[in-house]
Design a binder for this molecule. Structure first.
Ligand SMILES: Cc1ncc(COP(=O)(O)O)c(C=O)c1O
Length: 436
C-alpha cells in the first residue's frame, strides 16, 4: 500500500523516539517525532498536535507593550497584585463578557494561566487539612496534572463523557461526599474535546461547590469561543456561561494566549470571587503565615513563584481588554477563523470514514472551535496516531487528557492555514483509497 510518507522511514523515527505506544506520547514528543520525519522525508505535515495560536497578535496589544517599555518600566519591579490599568479592565471585561461582578482588587495578573492554575491549585490544596485532593472533570489539559505531580498534591478525575446533564450531579456527589475534595477543575470550552458545559451542568457544579464548600477553578482559556452563540458584544447577552452564576466559590482563569493570540508573552488573569478573596482560612495561617485567600495568593504564592508579571505584558492585556470593553476591538471575530477551519476539517475527516468522538453537548451538536476529537472504526488511538503519520498528519491521543475514549485523538485546527487545508484534503483522499 502506497502512503504519502514511506512507512519504513516513519517506523524508523518512531523506533528512534523510543515510545512504543504512541497513545502515551506527550504533545512535545509528537512534535519532536514529526520534526524528525519531516527532516528525513522532506515532506510537509498537516500538524494538528499542538495548540499554538495560528493568528497574528493584535496590534493594540503590541503597541501598548512597546509604549510601556519605552516609558522605562523595564527597570522597575512590578507590583505583585498587578498594574491598576489591567486590574480595572479585567474587572470590566468580566462584567462585559461574562456578566459577573468581580472587583479590580480580586483580578490578579499571572504569568499565563499556567501560573494562575498552579497558584490556585497550591492554595486550594492548603485550605483545609481534611481536603487534600483536587477533582478534575476530564478530559483535561495534561500539564495541569503535571503541575499537581510537581507540587506533590493529590488529585482524582473522571471522564464526563458518560455523565453529561443531570447525570453529572450523582457522579460529582460520589466524590464530594467523601469530604476530601478541595476543588473542581475543568476548562470550558474544553481542551481537548471542545465540549461546552451547559447552564444546567454549571448550575449542578455551582450548587455542589457551595454545599460541600469546595472551590471551582473554571479555566476560561477559550473564553467566548463557543461560536454557536454570539458572544462578542460587550455588556449585551448572550454571555460566556460560567459557574460564577451559581456559586461564590470560584476562581476564573482568563488567558491572553488563545482568545487574544498572545501566548508568547505569557499573560493571564486569575479572577477570584470577592467572597473567596476576602475569606480567611485558619489552615492558610498555619501553612503560609497569612490567612486571607487573596492576600496569601498574591503576597505569599505569586510572590514566591515569579514576584509578579512583567509590566509590558500587563499593559498589553490591559489595552486589549480595554479595546474589547469599549467595543473597538472584536476579539471574537478574530478567533472565529478557528471555527471555520474546524468545520471544514471535520467534514473532510467524516468523509474519509472517521468519527467525531465527543460529538454532542447533550442534544446539541458540538461547536466548531480550536480542537475536535476523531477516531477511526476498528483502530485504537496509538495505532491511529501512527497510521496517520504515514499520511503526514499528526495528532495526539486522548488518553493523556484523562479521557476514557482510548480510540480517540485530539486534532487542533490552529496551524491549518488554507495551503495546509488543501494538503489535508489530498492526504485524506489517499487514506480513503487505501482504507476501502
Ligand atoms: C485549558 C487550558 N488552560 C490553560 C492553558 C495555558 O494557558 P497560558 O498560555 O495562559 O498559560 C491552555 C493552553 O493551551 C489550555 O488549553
Amino acid at each position: 500500500m502506497k502512503t504519502p510518507i514511506d512507512v519504513k522511514l516513519v517506523d524508523a523515527q518512531i523506533e528512534k523516539l523510543g515510545v512504543k505506544d504512541l497513545s502515551k506520547a506527550t504533545i512535545r514528543e509528537i512534535v519532536t517525532l514529526v520534526n524528525w520525519i519531516h527532516e528525513e522525508s522532506g515532506k510537509e505535515f498537516v500538524r494538528m498536535e499542538i495548540g499554538e495560536p495560528g493568528l497574528t497578535p493584535p496590534s493594540v496589544g503590541i503597541e501598548a507593550e512597546i509604549n510601556a517599555l519605552k516609558s522605562g518600566v523595564a527597570s522597575k519591579y512590578p507590583m505583585i497584585s498587578g498594574v491598576p490599568e489591567l486590574k480595572n479592565e479585567a474587572s470590566r471585561f468580566i462584567k462585559n463578557f461574562i456578566n459577573i461582578d468581580i472587583s479590580p482588587n480580586s483580578c490578579i495578573p499571572t504569568v499565563g494561566s499556567m501560573q494562575g492554575g498552579y497558584a490556585t491549585f497550591l492554595i486550594c490544596a492548603n485550605l483545609d487539612a481534611k481536603k487534600d485532593t483536587a477533582l478534575f472533570i476530564d478530559p483535561g489539559f495534561p500539564v495541569q496534572k503535571q503541575q499537581y505531580r510537581v507540587m506533590g498534591h493529590k488529585f482524582e478525575s473522571f471522564d464526563i463523557f458518560e455523565y453529561r446533564g443531570k447525570k453529572l450531579r450523582e457522579k460529582l456527589e460520589s466524590y464530594l461526599s467523601k469530604g476530601n475534595i478541595n476543588s473542581i477543575i475543568y476548562s470550558n470550552p474544553n481542551n481537548p474535546s471542545w465540549i461546552c458545559l451547559t447552564e444546567e451542568e454549571l448550575q449542578i457544579i455551582g450548587e455542589l461547590a457551595t454545599k460541600y464548600d469546595v472551590i471551582v477553578i473554571e479555566d476560561l482559556a477559550y473564553i467566548a469561543m463557543d461560536f454557536r452563540r454570539d458572544l462578542h458584544q460587550p455588556g449585551k447577552p448572550p454571555y460566556q456561561v460560567s459557574v460564577a452564576n451559581y456559586t461564590d466559590n470560584y476562581v476564573l482563569l482568563i488567558s491572553g494566549s488563545k482568545a487574544f493570540s498572545y501566548a508568547g508573552q505569557r499573560i493571564a488573569v486569575a479572577a477570584i470571587s470577592d467572597k473567596i478573596y476576602n475569606r480567611k482560612y485558619p489552615n492558610l495561617l498555619q501553612r503560609f503565615g497569612t490567612e486571607g485567600f487573596g492576600y496569601t495568593f498574591v503576597s505569599r504564592i505569586i510572590y514566591a513563584l515569579s514576584s509578579g508579571v512583567s509590566h509590558s505584558a500587563q499593559y498589553a492585556l490591559a489595552a486589549m481588554f480595554k479595546a474589547a470593553n469599549d467595543g473597538k476591538f472584536d476579539f471574537v471575530k478574530e478567533v472565529k477563523e478557528y471555527g471555520v477551519r474546524a468545520k471544514k476539517m471535520k467534514e473532510m475527516f467524516l468523509d474519509a470514514g472517521f468519527k467525531i468522538v465527543y460529538n454532542k453537548d447533550l442534544d446539541e451538536d458540538i461547536a466548531d472551535g480550536f480542537y475536535f476529537t476523531i477516531s477511526y472504526p476498528g483502530m485504537e488511538g496509538g495505532e491511529l496516531v501512527k497510521e496517520l503519520l504515514y499520511y503526514g498528519i499528526s495528532a495526539i491521543s486522548l488518553l493523556t487528557s484523562g479521557s476514557t475514549r482510548s480510540e480517540g485523538l485530539r486534532a487542533c485546527v490552529s496551524q491549518i492555514v488554507p495551503d495546509k487545508m488543501k494538503l489535508l484534503e489530498e492526504r485524506l483522499k489517499v487514506w480513503k483509497e487505501n482504507h476501502k
